[in-house]
Design a protein around this ligand. Structure first.
Ligand code: NAP
Length: 247
């Protein structure tokens, strides 16, 4: 298996942390980045990864992070998330801008910067964590939908533009995954965040990390373009089965 250096953004919690751990377990030389220094160091120490501070919304931070990397086989564009659950008439322009910046422009900044190294590896791979929200719009989701639709467009176009060059492009599009995602989206309201998953069994961060590990360990001629992964209890962005007893 072709391992090499794997960069994972947003690895202080949730899907990014789990992915970094899985890739390290597979023998990748993992480099992780995010904004919370203490957690970044803890995660890195626990899995034997390298770490650097990274804010994907800040071009200077992306430049500093990437300046420490001289080889790269896999880039996992995972840093991102949602802010707010407002109807469009009540939407915060600042939150929409922040979601676009982290999910879309963050992915663009990291990919542009590392593409030369990915290509030079002879078998580069850009994996972007999108969402079912990038396929199905839903009421109160427009800001996040718009960002995740855009992120999917990014992956599709990158795939076309890199055809014939040794870089694979994949998107992993999960449904509900129990991470810090809902707490961040609901501005720290832990009780409302827990209620998002009440009565259903969501995916875990490890479930998604296993999918990413599978995608990056196929032979070089195999490109998994998109992988939509949902909990059994979820069949669409808002179609969720919930047990009446809330278990
Ligand atoms: P999470 O637990 O909130 O993790 C988000 C990660 O992104 C954290 O490590 C956070 O670290 C990092 N991050 C946020 N802003 C950043 C920035 N500006 N620069 C660098 N890192 C940043 O949520 P998650 O569920 O694992 O989310 C990971 C990805 O999965 C996101 O793209 C999200 O949209 C997507 N997704 C999640 C779900 C879900 O239901 N959970 C479903 C579909 C898709 P710091 O705060 O330390 O920077």
């Amino acid at each position: 298996m072709n391992t090499g250096v794997a960069v994972v953004t947003g690895a202080t919690s949730g899907i990014g942390e789990a992915t970094a751990r899985h890739l390290a377990g597979l023998g990748f030389d993992v480099v992780i980045g995010a904004r919370r220094e203490g957690r970044l160091r803890e995660v890195a120490e626990s899995i034997g990864a390298r770490w650097e501070m990274l804010d994907v919304t800040d071009s200077a931070s992306v430049d500093r992070f990437c300046a420490k990397i001289d080889e790269c086989r896999v880039l996992v564009n995972n840093a991102g998330g949602a802010l707010g659950l407002d109807r469009i008439e009540d939407a915060s322009v600042d939150e929409w801008r922040a979601m676009y910046d982290v999910n879309v422009l963050g992915t663009l900044r990291m990919t542009k910067k590392l593409l030369p190294l990915l290509e030079a590896s002879g078998d580069g791979h850009v994996v972007t964590v999108g969402s079912i929200a990038g396929y199905e719009p839903y009421v109160r989701g427009a800001g996040y939908n718009a960002a995740k639709f855009a992120e999917r467009a990014f992956s599709r176009v990158l795939r076309m533009e890199l055809l014939g060059r040794p870089v694979r492009v994949s998107e992993i599009d999960p449904g509900m995954v129990e991470t810090e995602f809902s707490t961040v989206r609901l501005h720290g309201d832990a009780e409302r965040a827990r209620a998002v998953y009440r009565g259903m069994t969501p995916l875990s961060a490890d479930d998604v990390a296993e999918c990413i590990s599978f995608v990056v360990t196929r032979p070089p001629h195999v490109n998994i373009d998109a992988l939509v992964v949902l909990a059994r209890d979820q069949s669409g962005a808002t179609t969720v089965y919930r047990r009446e007893d809330g278990s």
